[in-house]
Design a protein around this ligand. Structure first.
Ligand code: ADE
Length: 226
């Protein structure tokens, strides 16, 4: 997979994309991630990418010209068709289901906004998916891009050493994850449940399933209704 990110702050994303699972997947050639500076596509001598909103109001709006030019340039660098994504609090809330469908695409092109938002013609003309990572407002799309990239890359074949660990985790089956324990067996008077030490794999699987259901019922009953 190739992931392009158009951003005014590539220096926020580069270290993120070079560490941990994403960094390893990149090194292993499982994903290619290319961050492109949107300001390089400004056309005036001040390198402007934003301007005051028509009709007045606070803040600045990301201009069409640099975004269209950057998208078209970056898309021309690789023949695979790109799924265009704009990160915005106005978008559809990201779910594991969306992440799974994005992980099957050959190429993603993520545009990070800043300022008060995008000129509406960017959305109308480029027809991207509009994605929000939750009902709160970030000062820019870069942290959201990091979230999206992480969630997608870990699903790519080979990105996690052990494939089953992606499948059994929270949300894969609309259930939260069961409680996990490791050594020591007792810590400050708190003991690991006996069943996990029993060696009985059938009982352990049953207990985990039950715990996952109890947790989901208590914390996220909305997931069980899905
Ligand atoms: N940009 C600003 N806030 C955002 C959010 N919640 N999700 C995605 N992009 C954003």
């Amino acid at each position: 997979m190739r992931i392009d990110v158009l951003t005014l702050f590539p220096e926020m994303l580069e270290p993120f994309c070079s560490a941990s699972i994403v960094g390893r997947a990149r090194k292993a050639g499982i994903v290619e991630i290319v961050c492109t500076q949107l300001r390089d596509f400004a056309t005036d001598k001040h390198k402007s990418v934003d301007d005051k909103p028509f009709g007045g109001g606070p803040g600045m709006v990301l201009m069409c010209g640099p975004v269209f030019d950057a998208v078209e340039h970056v898309e021309s660098l690789d023949p695979r068709p790109a799924t265009r994504i704009v990160l915005t609090p106005q978008g559809e809330t990201l779910t594991q289901r969306t992440v799974e469908s994005l992980a099957k695409k050959p190429r993603l092109l993520i545009v990070c906004g800043h300022y008060e938002g995008f000129d509406q013609r960017i959305l109308d003309g480029l027809r991207p998916m509009e994605i929000s990572i939750g009902d709160y407002v970030l000062s820019g799309g870069e942290p959201a891009a990091a979230v999206l990239i992480d969630a997608v890359v870990r699903l790519l074949p080979g990105a996690l050493g052990d494939r089953t660990s992606a499948d059994s985790e929270s949300f894969a089956g609309n259930l939260l994850e069961y409680p996990q324990y490791t050594r020591p067996r007792e810590f400050r008077g708190m003991c690991v449940p006996d069943v996990l030490l029993s060696g009985d794999h059938g009982r352990i699987a049953g207990w985990r399933r039950e715990q996952a259901e109890l947790r989901t019922k208590a914390r996220r009953p909305d997931l069980l209704e899905k």
